[in-house]
Every structure is written in structure tokens, then in C-alpha cells.
Design a binder for this molecule. Structure first.
Ligand SMILES: Cc1cc2nc3c(=O)[nH]c(=O)nc-3n(C[C@H](O)[C@H](O)[C@H](O)COP(=O)(O)O)c2cc1C
Length: 406
């Protein structure tokens, strides 16, 4: 699929041990139709051969801000293009991969002392940073502070993974999987700015119902789907409020973020926040039952325990009564049912809540649903139209859903 056709991806390769892996990423991007332009830092050129990057990208590798044989006084008089500006301008996306602790520190502090940092300073394109380093460098509070600062400024990251590191340590720091990076690039390129100025409420993650003061009944939702929707909506320019189960993954960006535990808390927060919203995407995995004989004190572990469960409020069905104009999107998780049953049940849910869209998935199938990075969904609308999104990264699904918001 040529989803990057004619897109210009500028890749800054910095001096990390993972830099040779980028050759495979360049091949993937080119297969998807992208034009790839590489800038290497001096350190990167000590670790990898510039010629390999030229061969993989099909373009000359750039590495210096000032060329040795140019008379810059004459050059500027004649209005010739200045390289860092032209690379910064043509970029549809600016990738830094691998990103050293050093380059992250430089960008976060506004340093522009070589071709790469100067080009990054001058670009309007989204900058996607893929750090890779030794685990102790990764955990260094100065680096983490720099990353936090950059996220506040809407720089995007594909975080490194846990595993064996080239330095002999085991831990966080390995360059993220190349397919994950390629998927992220595709989802950024496909992103539209259709949500600028819109107010969006998103729910995410699992609710949990107390059995006693220390024990709960909950479910396996990681909160990834809802949190990614909130992040992607924020990056599209929306004013986002996220309400999420307290064990959900943390959002990377700075928007209103409310943590809840049980269904009652969730309903209260929705009531408080729904009034002025243009759209609500209800991706939280809400407990269907609550414990009606909840113990006031911690139960003794040797006692046999009979729990009495009663159904919780169907939150989704109440939303349009709270704000009749909100564009309402829900999620329907089913277990091992066929496509027809899945979309039928999604449509029934849509009708019961007077919703605008329901995103249905089968959590019984491998790689789909709770606590995975991927999902396969069917999006059902009011006219019973069904849009199928095959097994994809949850961030790509988040963008497909956001594309459909009115
Ligand atoms: C063999 C070798 C491997 C290195 N690998 C990494 C790495 O994986 N991540 C990192 O942040 N720094 C790594 N460094 C350190 C950087 O190369 C160093 O901080 C350099 O200043 C980075 O410059 P640059 O960001 O301009 O490319 C490595 C250094 C050496 C000698």
C-alpha cells in the first residue's frame, strides 16, 4: 500500500548504536512511496557509513551546515537556497531515528549548532523522535525532563522498548520496533486537522468496583485505545478532556486528565464535563456489575465469600440526555461472535443510546481488544453503514475514528 506516496520524510540519524537499523526503516518507507532525505550528525558518521544511507534513500546524504567551497557572501547576495531551510521546508514529516540523549537535550534547549538541529529549528513539519540508548541514560532525570518539555511543545515520540541492549545491559532503551515506527509515520501523515477548536471528551481504561476497602473487581482494559484517541485528538487541535480508569496508561501530552475508579465516579465526572463538548468518545471498559454486599472492612482471607453482583448504570445510554447535541461515539466489545452478530449488536447499542457511531471489536480474537497494541474494528453509523478497519495499530484506528467526527 503506497500510503506515503510522494511524501517527503527527512530523517535525522544521530550517533546511536541503533543507527544501522534505520537502513531497514528507510527501505520500508520507500516501499510505501515516500521520498527519503537523510541528514547525519558527525557522531552518526563515526558509527555508520554514509554511503549505505545514500544507497538506501536514493538521495545524497547531508551532513554539514557550511560547505567548504562556498563563498557565503556571494551566495546570500544571489538568493540561492540555503540547505537547512530547504530541507526544513520540504519535510512532510521530520523523523529523528535513532535519537541520542544528546540530540533530545539540544532540541529541548533550543540549540542549533549543526545541520540537523538547525533544520529541526526551522521546520513546521511534525517532528517524530525515536530515542534509543543505554537504560541508565534513558532513566536520567535530565533526559526525562527534556522529553517532558518537548512533549509539551507537541514533539512526538515513539518510546524505546525493553530488552537486551547493545551495551550489555537489559532494560528500557532499545529502539522501538521498525514496523511500529513506520505505522506511526503513516498515522501522522494521514492525520487531518479537522478538530481545531473542538471540545472533545474521551473516556478510557477499566473501571473497578470495590469488594472491600482493598480489593476490586475490574477488567483487562489497558486504556490504550481511549488514551490514543485523546492524544491524537489533541494533536489535531482539539481541546481534550480525558477521564480514565486509574490503572490506564498515562497520556503523553498535557491536557485535562481526570482519574476515576468506579462507575459512579465515571458517571459523575462525565456529568461535570459533558455540557460544553462537541463530541464524546466513550472508550472506557465500564464494569457491568457492582458489588452490592461490599464489605466496609478488609475481609479475612480464610472466609468463603459469596459476592452479590448487581448491574451498574448503562452510562452510554444516558449521554444524549445530558447533552443532546454531542456527537457520540461508543465502543462495543464482544467475545467470539461472527461479523454479522458483532455489527448487529453494535447497531443495537447505537440505537439504544441514540449515538452517532459505534466501534465494534471482537476481544476473543488474537491481537484484538483489551491490553494489545493492535485491534480490528467495524465502525457502524446511524444508517447501518459499516466501515471495516483490518488489524492495525490502535493509533491508526484512533485516527480513523477521529476522521469520522462531524
Ligand atoms: C559506540 C557508541 C555508541 C553509542 N550509542 C549511543 C546510543 O545508543 N544512544 C545515545 O544516546 N548515545 C550513544 N552514544 C553517545 C553519542 O554518540 C554521543 O552522545 C554523541 O555526542 C551524540 O552526538 P549526536 O547526537 O550529534 O549524534 C554512543 C557512543 C559510542 C562511542
Amino acid at each position: 500500500m503506497e500510503s506515503l506516496k510522494n511524501k517527503n520524510i527527512v530523517i535525522g540519524v544521530t550517533g546511536g548504536i541503533a543507527c544501522y537499523k534505520v537502513l531497514d526503516l528507510i527501505k520500508k518507507l520507500k516501499t510505501s512511496g515516500a521520498n527519503v532525505h537523510v541528514i547525519m550528525t558527525n557522531s552518526a558518521e563515526k558509527l555508520a557509513d554514509k554511503k549505505d544511507f545514500k544507497k538506501a534513500s536514493g538521495n545524497e546524504v547531508r551532513d554539514s551546515l557550511f560547505e567548504p567551497n562556498i563563498d557565503y557572501k556571494d551566495y546570500i547576495k544571489k538568493n540561492k537556497p540555503i540547505k537547512h531551510i530547504s530541507l526544513a521546508d520540504i519535510a512532510d514529516l521530520f523523523l529523528i531515528c535513532p535519537a541520542t540523549a544528546n540530540i533530545i537535550g539540544k532540541i529541548a534547549n533550543g540549540i542549533a549548532d549543526d545541520l540537523l538541529t538547525t533544520s529541526i529549528m526551522a521546520t513546521n513539519a511534525t517532528v517524530l523522535i525515536c530515542p534509543a540508548m543505554n537504560v541508565k541514560m534513558w532513566k536520567n532525570p535530565i533526559l526525562q525532563h527534556n522529553i517532558k518539555r518537548l512533549k509539551e511543545l507537541k514533539y512526538e515520540f515513539v518510546e524505546p522498548e525493553y530488552g537486551d541492549l547493545a551495551c550489555g545491559y537489559k532494560g528500557m532503551g532499545r529502539l522501538a520496533n521498525l514496523d511500529k515506527i513506520a505505522d506511526r509515520i503513516k498515522s501522522i501523515i494521514a492525520r487531518r486537522n479537522n478538530l481545531a477548536g473542538k471540545k472533545i471528551l474521551v473516556t478510557a481504561g477499566a473501571t473497578s468496583e470495590e469488594i472491600d476497602p482493598v480489593r476490586v473487581i475490574t477488567n483487562k482494559s489497558s486504556g490504550k485505545m481511549g488514551t490514543y484517541i485523546a492524544e491524537e485528538a489533541f494533536l489535531r487541535g482539539a481541546e481534550v478532556t480525558l477521564i480514565r480508569g486509574s490503572n490506564s496508561i498515562e497520556p503523553q501530552y498535557h491536557f485535562k486528565d481526570i482519574k476515576i475508579n468506579n462507575v459512579k465516579d465515571l458517571l459523575n465526572e462525565i456529568k461535570k464535563n459533558i455540557k460544553d463538548k462537541d463530541a464524546m468518545i466513550h472508550a472506557a471498559a465500564v464494569s457491568d456489575f457492582m458489588v452490592s454486599n461490599k464489605a466496609k472492612r478488609k475481609l479475612k482471607s480464610f472466609e468463603t465469600l459469596n459476592l452479590e453482583l448487581s448491574p451498574t448504570t448503562k452510562i452510554f445510554e444516558k449521554i444524549k440526555n445530558m447533552n443532546k447535541d454531542v456527537f457520540l461515539v461508543g465502543f462495543k466489545a464482544e467475545y467470539m461472535v461472527g461479523k454479522n452478530q458483532l455489527t448487529y449488536r453494535a447497531y443495537e447499542l447505537l440505537k439504544s443510546a441514540n449515538a452517532d457511531l459505534v466501534v465494534a471489536n471482537d476481544v476473543g480474537k488474537e491481537g484484538r481488544g483489551f491490553d494489545t497494541d493492535t485491534n480490528e474494528v467495524f465502525i457502524v453509523d446511524k444508517r447501518k453503514n459499516t466501515k471495516h478497519i483490518g488489524l492495525s495499530d490502535k493509533r491508526i484506528i484512533a485516527n480513523k475514528v477521529l476522521d469520522m467526527l462531524k
